[in-house]
Design a binder for this molecule. Structure first.
Ligand SMILES: CC(C)(COP(=O)(O)OP(=O)(O)OC[C@H]1O[C@@H](n2cnc3c(N)ncnc32)[C@H](O)[C@@H]1OP(=O)(O)O)[C@@H](O)C(=O)NCCC(=O)NCCS
Length: 174
């Protein structure tokens, strides 16, 4: 069942909270949660995104134990930042963070933070120097708490009712 691309756990200190662990996952393993939280109007088949076949694209998932259901996920892909003029210094290796979601039953317990910290580590280990995202306005404060800053006004993404804003976070390569 597992289609993990990389079974290596992320480094200690950023991957566990309340007994949960972040590991490399896949579009398929995270599709049900992403659909339920982010795109309930789409089918499971439509949850595959352009770029998922890029070998550098990574899904990270958090679970209570290896075979347990996915409680949260995030997707990372090297993609140019759409707002280069808003950066304090140019990004040499920007990555897009998207598909950020946690199960409503376990929110407020630190799993979103765990995923973003793992995402930062994943990108830093691959030489990335910037994370950017189209943040739903309802998640702006979550991203602010995780070190992102807003760089745009509000904008609309087709088929998503909630407005978004652009947010970025510097990453120090490790
Ligand atoms: C946004 C989301 C991923 C947060 O997940 P979570 O597991 O509840 O996050 P955490 O418990 O790790 O919270 C991390 C920090 O953000 C804060 N935070 C989380 N959600 C928040 C919110 N809606 N408003 C304000 N602060 C919030 C927490 O208080 C916490 O702060 P602290 O660690 O400094 O005390 C989750 O609410 C979600 O899936 N929302 C729906 C989908 C969505 O909007 N995704 C983002 C798409 S751009």
């Amino acid at each position: 069942m597992s289609t993990n691309l990389d079974s290596e756990p992320l480094a200690a200190g950023t991957r566990r909270a309340g007994g949960c662990t972040v590991t490399r996952s896949s579009a398929e393993e995270t599709a049900a949660l992403r659909r339920a939280v982010l795109r309930p109007h789409l089918t499971i088949e439509q949850m595959i995104l352009a770029g998922d076949q890029n070998p550098n694209t990574a899904y990270l998932a958090v679970r209570a134990a290896d075979e347990n259901p996915v409680l949260g996920c995030v997707r990372l892909e090297p993609v140019a930042c759409p707002w280069p003029e808003a950066l304090q210094e140019p990004a040499q290796a920007p990555w897009q963070l998207r598909a950020m979601a946690t199960d409503p039953a376990v929110r407020g317990k630190g799993l979103g933070r765990l995923l973003v910290e793992a995402a930062v580590q994943h990108v830093a280990q691959r030489g990335g120097d910037l994370l950017w995202c189209n943040a739903r306005i309802g998640a702006e404060h979550f991203y602010l708490r995780l070190g992102f800053r807003p760089v745009t006004g509000h904008f609309v993404i087709p088929d998503v009712p909630e407005e978004h804003l652009g947010m970025v976070r510097r990453v120090l390569s490790s």
